[in-house]
Design a protein around this ligand. Structure first.
Ligand SMILES: Nc1ncnc2c1ncn2[C@@H]1O[C@H](COP(=O)(O)OP(=O)(O)OP(=O)(O)O)[C@@H](O)[C@H]1O
Ligand SMILES: [Mg+2]
Length: 303
């Protein structure tokens, strides 16, 4: 036992975790069947404070199923799920939240026409005065939202602007800052960059790094190995419901990670198919094992 009660990055946690250095969340041989469909099988995963664990995989690989177990939406049907070293079985997202596990979904349950600060406190509004004359403490909510966003390095011109007018990346960032403020220890992000362009994705990646610096354990779900590699400390690749790769950053390079994602054999088959289509120059497609090389435009192929 150590007497360390916060993450190594000085985060102020509302409920200090009982353990110091152990994983915040751990899956041991965890799996989930939906009736006859085995969506997930034998998955090991650990989430540590101040680390970003990336979960990658193609469509249907089981990524959402995995985070639904951790966020309390579904229950695992095999293996173990531990929080702070103790086995748990959540029956609702509320129970996960009470343990400091917050999930930012891609569709972000925000009210587009309400101001940024109002969305920041949605469902957990600050009030003042005793019942029955209790009122919303608007000044304090505005001030706090402003401070918290700044603490994360998020600078918005005007917190009065409707959140719907922010870019997708900014909205994701506000959701991350919100989870941090409300005491999240584990932050789950389900494909936060999927619908974003290059620049906006960069914005979100920056705040993922900021959340890590504040000592949160982050689970970052993505299809994109490049995004994962920019912020990840650990990479778990799912394929057809099982772990095909689980490696720390020191053990895997971007190229290898990309290869695992693309599936070398599948890419070779695709290349073969494409070679039979006129106008596609397969020589310009990346070689297996060289998937990170940019695909050069064929000089003769275009005009
Ligand atoms: N509620 C459900 N009932 C039955 N099968 C399900 C259910 N949810 C998911 N599945 C199945 O489990 C498998 C994994 O799905 P999951 O949604 O976890 O994949 P994913 O990796 O999140 O995919 P995507 O990238 O498309 O979001 C799929 O074969 C899917 O059809
Ligand atoms: Mg999914």
């Amino acid at each position: 036992m150590t007497d360390k009660t916060t993450g190594t990055h000085g985060a102020v946690l509302k409920d200090a975790p009982p353990e110091g250095d152990g994983p915040l969340v751990e899956l041991r041989g965890a799996g989930k069947s939906y009736g006859n469909v085995r969506a997930l099988h034998g998955v090991d995963l650990t989430v540590h404070a101040g680390r970003v664990t990336c979960v990658l995989g193609d469509n249907g690989a089981g990524k959402s199923t995995l985070i639904k177990i951790i966020s309390g939406l579904h229950q695992h049907t095999e293996g173990e799920f531990l929080v702070d070293g103790a086995p748990v079985r959540f029956t609702s997202p509320r129970e996960a939240l009470d343990k400091g596990i917050a999930t930012v979904y891609q569709d972000l349950a925000t009210v587009p026409l309400m101001p940024v600060w109002r969305n920041f406190f949605l469902g957990s509004e600050m009030t003042r005065g005793p019942w029955p004359v209790r009122r919303l403490d608007i000044a304090r909510m505005k001030r706090t939202a402003d401070e918290e966003l700044r603490n994360m390095g998020i600078v918005l011109n005007d917190l009065e602007q409707p959140i719907g007018t922010l870019s997708g990346g900014q909205r994701q960032s506000v959701a991350i800052a919100r989870a941090v403020y409300f005491g999240a220890r584990v932050l789950i992000l389900d494909e936060p960059t999927a619908a974003l362009g290059v620049k906006q994705s960069g914005v979100v990646l920056k705040y993922i790094a900021a959340a890590r610096e504040r000592g949160l354990g982050v689970i970052f779900i993505t299809h994109n190995p490049h995004h994962a590699y920019m912020v990840g400390d650990h990479f778990s690749v799912l394929r057809l419901g099982t772990l095909e790769l689980s490696a720390d950053r020191a053990e895997v390079g971007l190229e290898e990670l990309t290869n695992h994602m693309a599936g070398g054999a599948e890419l070779a088959a695709l290349k073969h198919e494409l070679s039979q289509v006129r106008g596609v120059d397969v020589e310009e497609l990346p070689e297996e094992g060289d998937l990170t090389a940019p695909v050069a435009k064929s000089p003769e192929g275009t005009s």
